[in-house]
Design a protein around this ligand. Structure first.
Ligand code: NIG
Ligand code: FE
Length: 400
């Protein structure tokens, strides 16, 4: 047993509503708090001195400065397993070049596919570990990581195996997702339906066999996969036992309806969601994952997070960290900046980065994944818009 503390404030973020708006008044704030940890799990949080009296033999992980303790963040949507950069795309985009201009110049997702296919498994693994460790230092203790820059048997397997191995080399917990349905690869001989059939019939059984992932994602969009092709693909993946998530409503509406209909755990992006999409998401169990980093990277508007919450949706915030649309990958900074534009309360932001993001991954954990910020009032964290970073991070009760 171990007691970590004392903290000026602990925000356990438990007991908050799963869906809809949350006001800061609904937050439980424990002053002079401590956390009792046993075998890597949180046993309880409470007054530090009382915990000490109740558990006199417990080891003390002593905190000597004013600190605010939060649960570790969960980044429920990333593409951090990739090789190369797309800085040329970015330069073209900020200089006003169109999506088509960039694609014609050899940019876009296909460029990252080419570079990722050419990378060794070690290189991919090391890139993933380095990015996961950066995230971990910034308080992100659980990270979803997608494939989707392989798009053939060997390269999708290479990516998913690299993520699995990376999970052993970073203290952060990695959750893998197969995004072979990212785009139809240029070298695939056949239409989108044939490609999705290939994923279902050839790739997914191998992923099951090797236990490489339990999650399947698809990019539903005019430039990626159509609604007609996506619906049966998702139903078949679900019938095989995979959990579903969807890249939905990024540029055009429609994908979120497909996600809800398929019973997906989450529908992610939602920049182009309309009133009907918002209502449908709010009425469903599908988590609405908004990705401010993609809005920032593409210079586009944010997803309607405020409207989603007011309609009653479960809103999570993720980084979408990827080489193309969201290269920055600073989850807290993105969430903080978006919260000012969308008018999200601190309680809504912190829930979106923790309990609601866990729901998007279908996980529930009592692990002592914690982060302590060098301040005395939790409101300082979003106020500093991501520049205030945690001084200490714990994964399974161990200080990193
Ligand atoms: O989530 N929208 C599709 N896929 C990624 C972008 C990936 C890339 O550009 O490499 C996204 O934004
Ligand atoms: Fe994405």
């Amino acid at each position: 047993m171990k007691i970590i503390g004392p903290f000026t404030q602990i925000l356990p973020l438990t007991g908050l509503p799963e869906k809809g708006p949350i006001s800061d008044e609904q937050l439980t704030i424990i002053p002079n708090g401590g956390v009792l940890v046993d075998a890597g799990d949180i046993v309880t949080c409470g007054d530090f001195e009382e915990l000490r009296k109740a558990h006199p033999t417990a080891e003390i992980d002593k905190i000597d400065e004013p600190m605010v303790l939060l649960p570790g963040f969960v980044d429920c949507h990333t593409h951090i397993c990739f090789a190369g950069t797309r800085s040329r795309d970015y330069a073209m985009r900020i200089a006003g070049k169109s999506y088509l201009d960039i694609a014609r110049a050899g940019g876009g997702i296909w460029d990252s596919v080419t570079k990722t296919r050419a990378a060794t498994d070690t290189e991919l693994m090391e890139n993933t570990v380095a990015r996961a460790n950066r995230h971990l230092r910034e308080g992100v203790t659980t990270i979803e990581v997608k494939s989707g820059y392989g798009l053939d048997m060997a390269s999708e397997l290479k990516m998913l195996r690299a993520i699995r191995t990376a999970d052993q080399y970073t203290p952060a917990a990695l959750v893998t997702t197969c995004l072979a349905a990212h785009i139809r690869p240029k070298d695939f001989d056949g239409d989108e339906k044939a490609y999705l059939r290939w994923i279902l019939n050839d790739l997914l059984p191998v992923l099951k066999e090797e236990r490489l992932t339990e999650r399947v994602d698809i990019f539903v969009e005019e430039t990626a996969f159509s609604f007609e092709a996506s619906r049966p693909f998702l139903a078949a993946a679900k019938a095989m036992g995979f959990q579903l998530t969807v890249h939905a409503d990024q540029f055009t509406s429609g994908g979120s309806a497909v996600a809800v209909e398929a019973g997906a755990l989450s529908a992610d992006h939602l920049e182009a969601s309309n009133a009907e999409d918002i209502r449908r998401l709010a009425a469903s169990d599908t988590v609405a994952v908004v990705l401010p980093g993609a809005s920032m990277g593409l210079g586009m508007k944010y997803a309607p997070a405020r409207q989603l919450l007011d309609a009653g949706a479960c809103v999570a915030i993720a980084s979408d960290w990827n080489p193309g649309s969201a290269p920055m990958g600073d989850l807290l900074m993105q969430a903080a900046v978006m919260s000012a534009a969308e008018r999200l309360s601190a309680a809504e932001v912190f829930a979106a980065l923790t309990i609601r993001a866990s729901k998007a991954l279908g996980i529930r954990s009592s692990a002592a994944d914690l982060q302590a910020y060098p301040c005395s009032d939790y409101r300082e964290i979003l106020y500093q818009q991501g520049k205030l970073k945690p001084s200490f991070v714990w994964k399974n009760g161990e200080r990193i």
